[in-house]
Design a protein around this ligand. Structure first.
Ligand SMILES: Cc1cc2nc3c(=O)[nH]c(=O)nc-3n(C[C@H](O)[C@H](O)[C@H](O)COP(=O)(O)OP(=O)(O)OC[C@H]3O[C@@H](n4cnc5c(N)ncnc54)[C@H](O)[C@@H]3O)c2cc1C
Ligand code: FES
Length: 269
């Protein structure tokens, strides 16, 4: 659904990374972690297309928010990379943005009581916070493996810890946590009875998918792709499914079939 949303706050949480809270339609309160929003950053023709962002958090106020007709809010955590996100980073309390919500398929939590392992690279941590919140509420044990190039890319880690999540951090340059890739840390902790949820750069997801297969651990990945429509109409966001060949094409729409996929359903080469 389309919704005219009001920005509540927009804070730089680390150099180049912002966390924005905005009003949301009441329907979003029942969204699934892993689903995403398409955000029109202004009313101008440029940039024409909406930009996709994962749901970092969803919540409700105890009363309707200052005449906005809703008690629901959502948050996105984003990195400034180009024109759209630069415009977004300049928005303030009271500014209006146009939202399409909720889109795509979210994470499948799996059986309660099983250990849940979240793996996030940089801003890939974004959809994992909402997921962690829901998993902890169910009583699951949750561990987070967070990786980035440098300490500035490790985002909102204390927010996860406040939920009761056990965290492990690795940075390429060793400025926070272990030095090296987060996948190296993850490999030392993999075993039976767990389920992996990962979001981040494709090379990281590919490494996680390979490890999960090697250890026979169920694994879901949240993928990114360039998106125009966000609803399965333009086929601009397709990627190859596990059974894809030149003769028998097997394409998956990231916006409609995903963005969350079982890692075994995708082709990683
Ligand atoms: C389902 C989904 C969820 C996402 N969630 C988040 C999130 O929670 N936080 C966040 O910061 N970003 C997220 N992204 C990526 C985000 O949509 C892009 O960074 C944003 O659209 C860039 O807009 P822009 O106008 O600032 O950059 P543009 O000017 O459009 O591009 C700037 C640079 O970013 C690259 N880029 C733009 N879009 C993408 C993309 N989709 N994948 C890879 N590279 C891209 C371009 O190649 C270019 O180099 C998500 C993408 C998808 C598909
Ligand atoms: S973005 Fe148009 S089909 Fe996915």
């Amino acid at each position: 659904m389309q919704f005219k949303s009001m920005v509540i706050s927009n804070v730089e949480v680390s150099p180049g990374y912002f966390r924005m809270r905005m009003t949301a339609p009441q329907e979003l309160a029942t969204s699934a972690p892993g689903q995403f929003v398409m955000l029109k950053v202004n009313d101008a023709i440029d940039p024409l297309l909406r930009r996709p962002f994962g749901l970092f958090d969803v919540g409700t106020f105890s009363a309707e928010y200052a005449g906005c007709g809703t008690q629901c809010y959502c948050e996105v955590l984003y990195k400034v990379v180009g024109k759209g996100t630069r415009i977004l980073s300049a928005l303030h309390h009271g500014d209006l943005v146009d939202l399409l919500v909720p889109l795509g398929k979210g994470f499948d939590f799996g059986p309660a009581g099983e250990e849940k392992v979240l793996v996030g690279g940089g801003v890939g941590l974004a959809p994992l916070y909402y997921l962690a919140k829901e998993l902890i509420a169910r009583g699951d044990k949750v561990r987070l493996f967070a990786g980035g190039r440098t300490r500035d890319d490790i985002l909102c880690i204390t927010e996860f810890e406040r939920l009761g999540v056990e965290t492990y951090v690795a940075t390429d340059d060793g400025t926070l946590g272990e030095s090296g890739f987060v996948t190296q840390v993850l490999e030392r902790h993999l075993g039976g009875g767990m389920r992996i949820f990962a979001c981040g750069p494709t090379p990281m997801l590919s490494a996680v998918a390979r490890m999960a297969q090697g250890h026979d651990v169920p694994c879901q990945v949240s993928m990114e792709a360039y998106m125009a429509c966000g609803v399965g109409a333009c086929l601009g966001c397709v990627m190859k499914g596990a059974n894809h060949t030149e003769q028998t094409p097997d394409y998956r729409c990231v916006c409609k079939d995903g963005p969350v996929f079982d890692s075994f359903d995708l082709q990683w080469s």
